[in-house]
Design a protein around this ligand. Structure first.
Ligand code: 5GP
Length: 115
């Protein structure tokens, strides 16, 4: 069996994280290396490696995650001014953890195009 990802270890409470939201399907916690005043990661508890690995059966889960993102943006105080949601997928996008995650970034202005 392949080794657990760092995010699976956080789900299993084997390593600590600053959790801001949890339900049966997902977990949100502060990024250890924040790139903005607010930088939270939202992950499904189901082990999906990346956006490329989302199956049709996962579509209700993905919808749920975006509902949680909307609520979290309010809870984190970034909804009014705007925020960015990012999911890096694969090598070119610099994905480092092979467990689907959404970065929720806010509290400052962001440039476009992204680097
Ligand atoms: P990626 O580069 O895969 O899109 O994003 C992975 C993110 O996970 C990075 O922003 C990185 O800072 C964060 N990260 C990596 N290891 C840990 C950890 O142990 N705890 C937390 N809270 N974040 C982590």
């Amino acid at each position: 069996m392949s080794e657990k990802t760092i995010f699976k270890k956080i789900i299993d409470k084997e390593i600590p994280a600053k959790i801001v939201y949890e339900d049966d399907l997902c977990l949100a916690f502060h990024d250890v290396n924040p790139q903005a005043p607010v930088h939270v990661l939202l992950i499904p508890k189901k082990e999906i490696s990346s956006t490329s690995d989302i199956a049709p059966v996962d579509e209700p889960l993905i919808g749920h995650l975006f509902g949680v993102i909307r609520s979290l943006a309010e809870q984190l105080g970034i909804a009014a001014d705007g925020y960015r949601v990012v999911s890096n997928c694969g090598l070119n996008a610099c994905q480092t953890v092979p467990h689907l995650h959404f970065h929720i970034l806010g509290g400052r202005g962001f440039g476009w195009p992204p680097g």
